[in-house]
Design a protein around this ligand. Structure first.
Ligand code: PMP
Length: 307
């Protein structure tokens, strides 16, 4: 199963080898990034001998909202989307942590202004932590690029084309020796990072930019807000965050399905918590890992068993 060319993917109702999955090079998805997608994680629980998909319902709700905002023709029901995911993960017989990319795309010979035909592709792939376990966290800069906004290209739509903004920010950061970057929005307030949302801790209070700060409505962000309040009785505030608040925060972390929870150890070369992951970040991260793998029974209804 380790050879990536042996993998099977789901394409428009067929289960085929990843090498045989072909799409039209002239389609608007190829030409303009006219596709909406979800990245969904499934975690293997060896005691339960079960693979759990995390928060499927929320992912399909967001995918349907992206389809709506893009004015794509509606082709697949939530049930069909979920059945496709389960079918293709089973077909690969994965018994390890995986990430599933589920993409609904604009096919055919139309242009960026067409409505259909619509295709769907579901691609599961083994996935470990995004940053290796030995690493304490990451170093970020503030991007010179501004985050896209709702008046031009909404970050609320999880559309492929949006990721060019993330690409510019990420590549700039890496060119300058950082691991990643944090983008400000068109009001100069903290928005999010390429592919993840941001939380800061100040005086034992958890703070995150609101969903109107040019961010993707992140499922991990909502999860963290809920577990911070329920499990740790932490006060969570969704409010505007300023750049200099990052410099003086007690703790900072990024979160997302792929990223999970990762400590930010410095911003613009100013150390956070003397360059160490903070207590609050660490306890939220540990709790998150318990929940997604199904070892914490309290949140078992967030998980969909695959087998
Ligand atoms: N912001 C952006 C731009 C993203 O691409 C992602 C990853 N999907 C996130 C935030 C985090 O969202 P989620 O927690 O739903 O994965």
């Amino acid at each position: 199963m380790s050879n990536e060319f042996d993998r099977k993917i789901w394409l428009n109702g067929n289960i085929i080898s990843v090498c045989d999955a072909k799409i039209n090079v002239l389609s608007p998805t190829c030409q303009f990034g006219a596709n909406v997608f979800e990245g969904i994680r499934c975690y293997w629980n060896d005691n339960h001998k079960q693979l759990y998909a995390f928060k499927l319902k929320e992912h399909y709700k967001r995918l349907r909202n992206s389809i709506k905002m893009m004015r794509f023709e509606e082709k697949y029901t939530v049930n069909q989307m979920e059945e496709g995911l389960i079918e293709i993960v089973k077909a690969n017989d994965y018994k390890e942590d995986i990430a599933v990319r589920q993409t609904v795309y604009l096919d055919g010979f139309g242009s960026w202004n067409s409505f259909g035909p619509i295709g769907m592709c579901i691609n599961p792939i083994p996935k470990k932590r995004s940053y290796d376990e030995g690493k304490k966290g990451i170093h970020c800069c503030i991007s010179s690029w501004e985050r896209i906004n709702d008046a031009s290209l909404s970050p609320r739509i999880k559309v492929g084309a949006n990721y060019i903004n993330s690409r510019l920010a990420q590549l700039e950061a890496m060119r300058n020796g950082y691991d990643s970057s944090i983008l400000l929005n068109n009001y100069g307030k903290v928005s999010e990072a390429p592919g993840s949302c941001i939380f800061i801790v100040r005086d034992r209070q958890l703070i995150t930019p609101p969903i109107t700060a040019s961010i993707l409505e992140s499922i991990t962000r909502a999860t963290i807000i809920e577990i911070a309040e329920k499990e740790f009785n932490l006060k969570v505030s969704e409010r505007e965050v300023e750049r200099t608040e990052l410099y003086i925060a007690d703790e900072i972390f990024l979160c997302g399905t792929a990223m999970e929870i990762v400590s930010v150890l410095s911003v613009d070369k100013l150390e956070i918590n003397q360059g160490n992951p903070g207590i609050t970040t660490t306890k939220l991260r540990n709790k998150y890992f318990e929940i997604v793998r199904g070892t914490n029974r309290r949140y078992i209804n967030w998980l969909t068993p695959i087998y």
